[in-house]
Write a protein that binds this ligand. Structure first.
Ligand SMILES: *Cc1c(COP(=O)(O)O)cnc(C)c1O
Length: 412
């Protein structure tokens, strides 16, 4: 029996197994055939507090019975109003406005459009975007345009717009990145978009806060808008609520999604400074921000996000994150000699499995994934990069099982 479902990032021609999951709880997925699988990548980086957190589930249930969905252009509802107030209170002060959308990719598209709209409305000729090599900002056309190019974007290249690329700040070459950006600043670009401190899909590459701060300072000095794509790094992943905090920087535009609802339902926001909001504020309708999607600020998703924020305010989330980071560090240290370039930022541990010139298409990743699946552990390497990014609630026993599986698969 073949399924009509066309899965993302899946080559159906290889007939690799696609396990059927029936339910989830905490850090575990339960398959239809009765297996308990440890979700060691937080279901692709979205699940923060754990699957089916009771407060988020309750918020979704209550909201679904009250107001399910409504138009958001020219109308509003309390879950969106309250969530926006709570986000503004929680995030750094200059980020005073909240624009809703439904995915990380869309929050990036919105940020790019706001940056260009900002300068267009002010009559300034600035439209180029600067990006960091090896970045990932989503799979929509704008997101692909500002992300690293590769086999995954080759067929669609004619759709993509040109950007200026600064090198990844590799150890010892941090100044080259800053110098390259300073040179580009003189060409008056509109914006720089970065993943703060940790490049996710580009291979879990970590760079120091000093570089992020240097980039931010250059943006400020040259009037370039600084867009922080914290879609993956936000909500505690890197040890702090935002990765930007560790560099003491605040962006002009902030993209958040994934953990915004605790990972339960899709929602995204692009937060903007008053200045960017005000450049769109006019009696001239031609200067409004031209963007919407049908489910903008879906009330059920907003209610889930409010529950997430309440969990952050009322539960010891920061302590859980610090504890998970410490536990991850102990396990990572024990892998010394089994993998190369073992590195950690907050709750994320990454390592290289083979130094040989592996590529994204190498057979290594699917082979490893299958071996972990056989051990009831969900891990999905990025090329030769293996990483562990569990929900914050993962137990000591489950984390030990994940690392035992890594030790066995890589060591054997
Ligand atoms: C996942 C991700 C995106 C895209 O988010 P989607 O919700 O998958 O569209 C954008 N930027 C970064 C940094 C991401 O990790």
């Amino acid at each position: 029996m073949t399924s009509p479902v066309w899965h993302p990032f899946t080559q159906h021609g290889l007939n690799e197994p696609v396990p059927l999951v029936a339910r989830a709880q905490g850090a575990a997925l339960f398959t239809q055939d009765g297996r308990r699988v440890i979700d060691a990548i937080s279901s692709w980086w979205v699940t923060t507090h754990g699957h089916c957190h009771p407060r988020i589930v309750a918020a979704i249930r209550d909201q679904a019975e009250t107001l399910d969905q409504m138009i958001f252009a020219g109308w509003t509802h309390e879950p969106a109003e309250a969530l926006a107030r709570e986000l503004v209170a929680m995030m750094p002060p200059p980020l005073a406005h909240v624009f809703y959308s439904d995915s990380g990719s869309t929050s990036v598209e919105v940020a790019l459009k706001m940056a260009l709209g900002h300068f267009a409305n002010r009559g300034e000729d600035r439209s180029r975007i600067v990006v960091m090599a090896d970045s990932y900002h989503g799979d929509t056309v704008g997101g692909m345009s500002v992300g690293a190019r590769g086999v995954f974007s080759r067929s669609y290249a004619p759709l993509l717009f040109d950007v200026d690329v600064i090198p990844f700040p590799a150890p010892g070459a941090e100044q080259d990145t800053l110098d390259a950006f300073e040179r580009l600043c003189r060409t008056r670009p509109a914006a720089l978009i970065v993943e703060p401190l940790l490049l996710g899909a580009g291979g879990m590459k970590i760079y120091p806060p000093s570089v992020l701060r240097g980039l931010r300072d250059l943006c400020a000095a040259h009037g370039v808008l600084f867009i922080a794509d914290e879609v993956m790094t936000g909500w505690g992943r890197t040890g702090t609520l935002l990765a930007c905090e560790q560099a003491g920087v605040v962006p002009d535009l902030l993209c958040l999604s994934k953990g915004l609802t605790g990972g339960a339902v899709p929602l995204a926001v692009t937060m903007a400074t008053r200045e960017i909001f005000e450049s769109h504020w006019s009696t001239d309708r031609a200067k409004m921000f031209f963007h919407s999607s049908s489910y903008t600020a879906n009330p059920i998703a907003c209610a889930a996000a409010r529950a997430n924020l309440a969990i952050w305010r009322e539960e010891p989330v920061r302590a859980r994150i610090a504890d998970l980071a410490a536990r991850q560090a102990v396990h990572a240290a024990a892998l010394d000699g089994v993998a190369n370039n073992i590195r950690q930022l907050g709750t994320v541990v990454a390592m290289e499995v083979e130094t040989a010139q592996g590529s994204y298409m190498s057979e290594l990743a699917p082979r490893l994934m299958a071996q972990f699946r056989a051990r009831d552990v969900l891990l999905r390497p990025l090329g030769n990069t293996l990483y562990v990014m569990p929900p914050y609630c993962i137990s000591d026993a489950d984390l030990a099982l994940v690392y035992a599986a890594i030790g066995a698969v890589l060591g054997g």
